[in-house]
Design a protein around this ligand. Structure first.
Ligand SMILES: [Zn+2]
Ligand SMILES: [Zn+2]
Length: 179
């Protein structure tokens, strides 16, 4: 199983390297990193000051059709879907694509001081969460599980940073399936 981590319209080699290391430990999969540059001005809502997540996902999908394996897009844009004020990320259930926004994971967004450890932990959790959806996982009621839903940043911080036993069993079944 292969996972591609793709920064969209920004670059951060240190982050990608750290994320790759952590994900390899947790998931035991091969990871490649990429950078993508695209214009999303047509997905920007000036009323909201945010970008429409699903459209970004679809546009990236068109541009990355040749890339094999799962693809997790990392963006710095603040993203939304029409039914919600904002989202941390979005994923195709049982699909290959997911998107995670770093905008609201930064402590500075909440007027808190810069904290690279807190920031990184949040990114890791949201990447694992959205990737879990790619692997067929739904939301989990266990607060220690990374698949618990998060409606705000406090809930991101509160939930665990790994899959619970039940979720991991489902993932492992899926990993066998995709080989
Ligand atoms: Zn979710
Ligand atoms: Zn779980």
């Amino acid at each position: 199983m292969k996972l591609n981590l793709i920064t969209v319209n920004f670059s951060n080699d240190a982050l990608l390297e750290k994320l790759t290391g952590s994900l390899k430990k947790i998931l035991n999969i091969s990871i490649n990193t990429h950078q993508l540059k695209l214009d999303f001005s047509d997905s920007y809502s000036s009323e909201r000051g945010q970008y429409y997540s699903t459209e970004i996902l679809l546009k990236c999908k068109k541009n990355l059709s040749v890339l094999e394996g799962y693809k997790i897009l990392l963006v710095e844009m603040d993203i939304y879907v029409p039914a919600l004020t904002y989202i941390f990320g979005e994923a195709e259930l049982n699909g290959e694509f997911a998107i995670v926004s770093l905008a609201r994971l930064k402590p500075e967004f909440y007027m808190n001081p810069t904290d690279s450890e807190v920031f990184f932990k949040r990114i890791l959790k949201e990447v694992l969460h959205e990737f879990g959806h790619n692997l067929g996982l739904y939301h989990c009621i266990d607060w220690d599980c990374v698949m618990h839903s998060s409606n705000n940043i406090d809930e991101v911080d509160l939930k665990g940073s790994d899959y619970c036993r039940n979720c991991r069993q489902i993932i492992n079944r899926d990993i066998v399936k995709v080989f």
